[in-house]
Design a protein around this ligand. Structure first.
Ligand code: ADP
Ligand code: MG
Length: 317
């Protein structure tokens, strides 16, 4: 009798079979994918917490949602001080850092030109309107006491080059909190791979810039953020030229030399900002910056399909 009871107890203690869980949904203006290895019944709650987090960030950072912190900042008149959340402040500070080290190639005030484009309708602004745009981090005042202001009412910002990477970091934190060790999370071109896929490393594919189905390069990776910026995400073609959504803040026009840039870094926020930054800087300056930064790898594909690797990946060529 005792033996039967012991067996019964033992079977009750056995963990529920672990398995892969998958979810795909639309968030932050793009497609989100989550895959994780988990045992037990709380997997739906894990997925729900990541969805909820992305929704929360969208309501904080979207330029299209009138009451978002970002939209409220954009609507602000010159020299009016706004006290912002720590999260918003962190993203502004990190953006200012990338503007600094890239000599303004990454600049969230690019939105002064960015909002004049309508990629779906195939509309690009003329030179006169571009010249009137107020672009430059000098127009922003980012105080250490969470206060922000602008020096010209026309200044607007957009965090599209960094927000999705930050959202990925938040998702990774939630997955860790839930005790998950093996996962893949992606939001458009930003992703993170955690642990392994079964008994091998994650195989992260960088898509071919001119073919939606073809994979140009596959990288075996673990515990790292991967961000790809491509000229194929949002664009229209005019006279054979890709008019796309990564703008050179100096001209207000699409950055020209590359068709995709992939950056690997520890944090999604950094990988995201850097993929946009290197895209604007181009092959020579972009690779020089990638090589100068610790624990950052870069892969670039130019307009002719030629692939470039940062020095640490050089042997992969
Ligand atoms: P996505 O995943 O949306 O393709 P990317 O990492 O490629 O994101 O970044 C492109 C986005 O970054 C644009 O949609 C825009 O919101 C923003 N952006 C474009 N040019 C710049 C720039 N020079 N500096 C900062 N952000 C930019
Ligand atoms: Mg980016």
């Amino acid at each position: 009798m005792i033996r039967i009871l012991a067996l019964l107890l033992l079977s009750l203690c056995l963990p529920v079979q672990a398995e892969w869980h998958n979810a795909t949904w639309d968030s932050m203006g793009t497609r989100a994918t989550l895959e994780f290895w988990h045992n037990g019944g709380e997997s739906d709650a894990v997925t729900a917490s990541v969805k909820q987090e992305f929704d929360r960030l969208q309501h904080l950072l979207s330029p299209w949602i009138e009451e978002s912190e970002l939209a409220r900042f954009n609507a602000l008149d010159a020299d009016i001080v706004m006290t912002v959340s720590r999260e918003f402040h962190l993203l502004l500070k990190r953006s200012a850092y990338y503007a600094d080290i890239s000599n303004g190639a990454f600049d969230i005030t690019f939105a002064g030109a960015g909002h004049l484009y309508d990629y779906r309708a195939g509309i690009a602004p003329d030179d006169v309107r571009l010249q009137q745009a107020r672009i430059g981090m000098r127009y922003l005042r980012i105080g250490d006491d969470w206060s922000v202001a602008k020096t010209d009412s026309a200044v607007r910002i957009d965090l599209g080059g960094i927000a999705k990477g930050y959202a990925i970091d938040r998702a990774v934190a939630l997955l860790h909190q839930a005790g998950i060790e093996h996962a893949y999370i992606s939001l458009g071109g930003d992703s993170y791979v955690m642990g392994q896929r079964n008994d091998r490393l994650w195989q992260v594919g960088i898509r071919h810039p001119r073919s939606e189905q073809a994979v140009a390069i596959t990288l075996p990776l673990t515990d790292i953020a991967v961000s790809t910026s491509g000229d194929y995400e949002r664009f229209f073609v005019r006279d054979g030229e890709h008019v796309h959504h990564i703008l050179n803040p100096k001209t207000g026009k699409p950055a020209g030399e590359l068709s995709s840039v992939t950056v690997l870094a520890a944090a999604g926020m950094d990988a995201d900002a850097l993929s946009t930054t290197l895209f604007v800087l181009g092959i020579e300056k972009g690779m020089a910056l990638a090589n100068q930064l610790a624990d950052v790898s870069a892969i670039m594909i130019d307009l002719h399909g030629k692939v470039y690797y940062s020095d640490d990946l050089g042997s992969a060529d």
